[in-house]
Design a binder for this molecule. Structure first.
Ligand code: FAD
Length: 429
């Protein structure tokens, strides 16, 4: 009897799952699916806030337990543990007498460190697979080293390949789960020393983690509300659930597959209507892939002050100003409204993110990495490469072909919040 561990990481779903699909009808095999809350995600940063805050932690817990319940439906289960994955998996592999481990590949420093330590700790084979992006690196029409540093050049080469995207069929069953490893521990934000976040009814959406809710959101945005048909015109708005897809939180921890989204958009275009907006959503999704591939190309440079351009700017780094920015008290009402939304809900529109990021590093002259760290803590859709890639872009040390660009926040407020409704919403006491 073969014994296999499947280690879930940021792929918290059962739809479009390449490896599990392969194991679906495997004979003479016991399958132990595992998720590990990495304790290092919950430490305090040097800036005195937690590396992962309450909103994202709650969303992650919901995602993990939705996965567990979906695994139950297929006759399997999920072992949920907290600690350091490289140690936990070593102990589990010994106890289970595992023959092999499968997991999704990650691409950035902390995650690669865990993979390397795990390889040092155990002798059984560990197979990592790519599953985060629309196309895998081996499907790209260039090597990662030749990835264009300008998005438009990347997009033009990738667009013709979108039709190659395929998804894996729904899972019908899974190999049996080893009974010795069943457990029913509950996990809450308090398990990680964090308060339960309060829901603010001004939120753009009541975000609840898990693939069921991710798939429901996909259905609602595309098929029920057909908001996709106006996406290009509405995507810079600031209030409510309809102006943009809100797919990002589910995409970030993999409870929604990007390929599933693209297949649904393509089906919608075929069956209902294709217009500039349906096309534009696909283009926006390519940004997500682009930042992922950039991180593979440039490694830890994406976390350095000088970014991928190796051009560190001079910053003043006034901590009290940073705290005012972080808590929505700079005195600039558009920045403060956006930062308050982030503080109270764990979400902010793309337009808002661009403005507050530019304001922090170009107006307040504070190191962009402080801002990126706060977003990492607070955003429910935090995705390591999208976050640090976008921050580098705005700070002028990333992929912006015009790195000296500076958002005029007051003009932006006039344009995107002309009637002041957004500022009123978030600045009311
Ligand atoms: C400073 C800064 C930090 C950011 N940090 C993150 C982050 O941690 N995680 C994250 O997912 N996005 C991040 N973004 C990108 C973008 O703001 C969000 O993806 C978007 O606001 C999420 O809302 P939505 O799903 O409704 O987007 P939609 O407008 O509906 O777009 C659909 C999808 O396309 C992708 N997408 C759109 N714009 C971008 C972009 N600029 N970069 C990468 N992917 C994009 C996302 O997956 C998004 O869900 C950041 C942007 C900035 C300026």
């Amino acid at each position: 009897m073969k014994k296999t561990i499947y280690w879930f990481r940021n792929d918290l779903r059962l739809h479009d799952q390449p490896v599990l699909k392969r194991l679906e009808y495997a004979k003479d095999i016991l399958l132990l699916p595992v998720f590990c809350f990495d304790e290092r995600l919950f430490v305090k940063t040097e800036l005195a806030f937690p590396k992962t805050g309450s909103f994202r932690t709650k969303f992650l817990i919901e995602s993990v337990f939705n996965l567990k319940s979906n695994l139950h439906k297929l006759g399997s289960d999920l072992l949920v543990i907290s600690g350091k994955p490289e140690i936990i998996l070593k102990e589990l592999a010994l106890k289970f007498k595992a023959d092999e481990i499968y997991a999704e590949k990650e691409d950035t420093g902390e995650e690669i460190y865990v993979e390397e330590e795990l390889r040092k700790n155990i002798t059984i084979p560990i197979y990592f697979h790519e599953s985060k992006t629309l196309l895998r690196t081996d499907q790209l029409p260039f090597s990662i080293n030749n990835l264009p540093d300008i998005f438009t050049n990347f997009r033009m080469k990738i667009e013709p390949l979108i039709d190659l995207v395929r998804i894996y069929d729904e899972l019908i069953k899974l190999p049996p789960f080893p009974d010795d490893f069943r457990e029913y521990e509950t996990v809450t934000t308090k398990s990680f020393g964090l308060p339960e976040p309060e829901y603010d009814n001004r939120s753009v959406l009541k975000f609840i983690g898990g693939e069921n809710n991710g798939l429901n959101r996909l259905e609602k945005f595309i098929w029920q509300d057909k908001s996709i048909l106006r996406y290009k015109e509405t995507r810079n708005e600031l209030i409510g659930e309809k102006y943009s897809s809100k797919f990002s939180p589910w995409l970030a921890n993999g409870s929604l597959s990007v390929r599933e989204i693209v297949m649904e958009v393509k089906r919608f275009e075929k069956e209902i209507e294709a217009n500039d907006s349906t096309y534009w959503l696909l283009i926006e999704l390519l940004w997500r892939d682009y930042f992922r591939f950039m991180a593979i190309k440039y490694g830890n440079k994406i976390f350095r002050k000088g970014g991928i351009k190796d051009k560190p700017q001079n910053y003043v780094n006034d901590f009290s100003l940073f705290e005012k920015w972080r808590t929505g008290q700079t005195g600039n009402d558009f920045v403060d409204a956006n930062m308050t939304e982030l503080l109270k809900t764990g979400f902010m529109s793309n337009r808002g993110r661009q403005n507050v990021a530019s304001y922090l590093c170009k107006h307040l002259k504070i190191d962009w990495r402080w801002g990126a760290a706060w977003f990492e803590s607070q955003l429910i859709d935090y995705d390591v490469t999208s976050n640090w890639g976008n921050w580098m872009y705005v700070a002028g040390v990333g992929n912006d072909p015009r790195p000296n660009r500076h958002f005029n926040v007051d003009k932006q407020a006039e344009k995107y919040d002309a009637d002041g409704k957004y500022r009123d919403l978030w600045l009311q006491s």
